[in-house]
Design a protein around this ligand. Structure first.
Ligand SMILES: CC(C)(COP(=O)(O)OP(=O)(O)OC[C@H]1O[C@@H](n2cnc3c(N)ncnc32)[C@H](O)[C@@H]1OP(=O)(O)O)[C@@H](O)C(=O)NCCC(=O)NCCS
Length: 203
């Protein structure tokens, strides 16, 4: 087994999902129908006083944007009674030599190759892949069908759009956005949005 901490729910657990939009519903589906959670509470990230109540136990990020994932987690990270297990669909594959941090969501068909490190709170959306010897920073989101090749460095908070490709050995800086369908052939500076083939900054 790869080093995915607390990936299995205790039967009967209720999961608190931070978020109430489309991705939160996807996490709800994963938790209830594939991972054995008894119930799921969906909460707006602005809703703490009303809905967190006395919830003790597992929580997950149900938000599709890296920056909002980070802000939502930071808001509640100090609540010691909340745990942030990684939720992994049964069809998601992680090589035995790779590590996945807590608080991640690995959806249907996602794949992590060998000797890679996935940070905290990362979303690997369906059928995306992460190559060997690659680092994916905290709160990154890799959207459906995107391919991140080997020896790539994704800084914290990077979003890789649907169907994009990040070619081998490239670095994508913190908070950068790779547009849907882009092919990253050069390093991307932090905070930059790139689109197209080859990917160029969006001006
Ligand atoms: C790159 C991206 C972040 C830009 O978003 P934005 O800042 O709101 O940009 P806009 O939609 O205003 O588009 C600005 C320009 O960029 C172009 N553009 C936007 N996304 C593009 C893309 N992926 N590839 C090529 N061109 C793109 C638009 O056509 C527009 O060009 P124009 O001014 O000549 O008409 C966004 O389009 C994107 O690709 N996000 C990823 C979405 C994704 O993966 N969703 C999956 C959810 S599961």
């Amino acid at each position: 087994m790869p080093a995915t901490a607390r990936s299995a729910p205790v039967p009967g657990d209720v999961l608190l999902v931070v978020g109430d939009g489309g991705h939160a519903h996807e996490v709800q589906e994963l938790a209830r129908h594939h991972l054995g959670y008894r119930g799921v509470l969906l909460v707006s990230r602005d809703d703490e006083a009303v809905t967190l109540g006395a919830h003790v136990g597992p929580a997950a990020l149900g938000i599709g944007y890296p920056r909002i994932r980070r802000l939502a987690h930071e808001k509640w990270a100090s609540r010691a009674e909340l745990e942030w297990p990684t939720l992994r669909h049964p069809s998601a594959e992680v090589a035995t030599t790779s590590q996945v941090g807590d608080g991640c969501v690995l959806t249907y068909g996602s794949y992590v190759s060998t000797d890679s490190v996935i940070g905290f709170g990362v979303l690997l959306n369906w059928n995306c892949s992460v190559g060997h010897d690659t680092t994916v920073g905290d709160y990154c989101v890799i959207n459906p069908g995107a391919t991140v090749a080997g020896h790539v460095q994704l800084g914290p908070g990077v979003l890789v759009g649907t169907g994009a490709n990040v070619l081998e050995g490239r670095t994508v800086g913190a908070g950068a956005v790779v547009g849907a369908g882009a092919v990253v052939t050069h390093d991307v500076p932090a905070g930059t949005t790139v689109v197209g083939v080859p990917a160029r900054p969006l001006v």
